[in-house]
Design a protein around this ligand. Structure first.
Ligand SMILES: *Cc1c(COP(=O)(O)O)cnc(C)c1O
Length: 305
């Protein structure tokens, strides 16, 4: 049995009316660990365990770590997650709720990741948050489900952090014979690692991340995301933090589902009827989710921005 669920595919009345086109929502916010990440993570974890891994190690205090914790508990395999001191109490509690061992180490993800990698023994598997072909294969199921439901969109809108979701969706489009369907790849201005890489034609390391959309905060995208930018039509679009947070609030009011600004960035394309949508009648938005969002936090950001 797969550890991810086949999520609802909804035609949004509110967004369709607002934009004058059909806006379809793939509701991956409803995955049990809170985001699409469980698709690829469960596929990778299952594979590593079948190859003999007896412990799973992650360095993500966000949705990737939560997905590993959930997958490990479901598979009956212990999970260790190393997170930096900056990780919220809520994220640590969510990890512990899934019985993961949480080790707090270092001031930044880089330091936590170094310790995590050093802990990986011969019978352990390390789960990268976005750069692993097994993850992409698993993420691609989001498009398989849309194809099975009988919907062929004119374009797909998704958010980009390290590019794992992008690689999965591109693979999913290709394997369903939809290689011609363009992707609108959305980031916030302060986390524009794909935007910069697609322009340069190679992955570029950003000096810093400056965005409330923390799940988009990879300083550098994976090489495969850059490769896809050369093989598939991908429009890179940037939105402000304010737009991303505003979209989360409007989405909560319209669809009663709470998501992170990382996901709000994609929703903002629809809420603001971005000119990137101009050529398209039917648009699929991947509602990628996010487990660490709270209503209070959204309100605080909305006030501050
Ligand atoms: C991980 C994540 C992203 C970005 O995905 P990448 O595979 O890193 O590009 C976007 N939104 C949410 C909610 C996430 O958890």
């Amino acid at each position: 049995m797969p550890l991810h669920i086949d999520t609802p595919l909804l035609l949004s009345s509110q967004l369709s009316k607002l934009t004058g086109r059909s806006i379809w929502l793939k509701m991956d916010a409803l995955q049990v660990p809170g985001s699409f990440k469980i698709r690829g993570v469960s596929h990778a974890c299952t594979e590593y365990v079948s190859r003999g891994a007896r412990r799973l190690v992650s360095s993500s205090g966000g949705n990737a770590g939560l997905a590993v914790a959930y997958a490990g508990r479901s598979l009956g395999v212990p999970v260790t997650v190393v997170v930096p001191q900056t990780t919220s109490q809520r994220a640590k509690e969510l990890l512990q709720l899934e019985n993961a061992e949480v080790i707090v180490h270092g001031d930044s993800w880089q330091e936590a990741n170094e310790l995590a990698v050093s802990l990986v023994g011969t019978t352990d598997a390390f789960l990268h948050p976005f750069d692993d072909p097994l993850l992409w294969q698993g993420h691609a199921t989001v498009i398989d489900e849309v194809a099975r439901a009988g919907l062929q969109p004119d374009a797909v809108v998704l958010s980009v952090g390290g590019g794992g979701l992008l690689c999965g969706v591109a693979q999913g489009l290709q394997r369903n014979g939809w290689g011609h369907i363009p992707i609108i790849a959305v980031e916030t201005h302060g986390a524009a690692s794909f935007h910069v890489a697609a322009k340069a034609g190679h992955a570029v390391q950003l000096d810093q991340i400056n965005s409330v959309a923390t799940s988009l905060g990879a300083k550098r995208v994976c090489e495969q995301a850059v490769q896809w930018s050369k093989q598939h039509t991908i429009h890179s679009v940037l939105v402000s933090d304010k737009s991303a947070v505003g979209a989360c609030q409007r989405f909560l009011a319209d669809h009663r589902v709470l998501v992170e600004p990382a996901c709000g960035a994609s929703l903002a394309i629809a809420y603001e009827n971005s000119s990137a949508l101009d050529p398209f009648k039917s648009v699929l938005v991947i509602v990628c989710g996010g487990a660490t969002a709270t209503v209070d936090q959204l309100q605080q950001w909305a006030k501050a921005l």
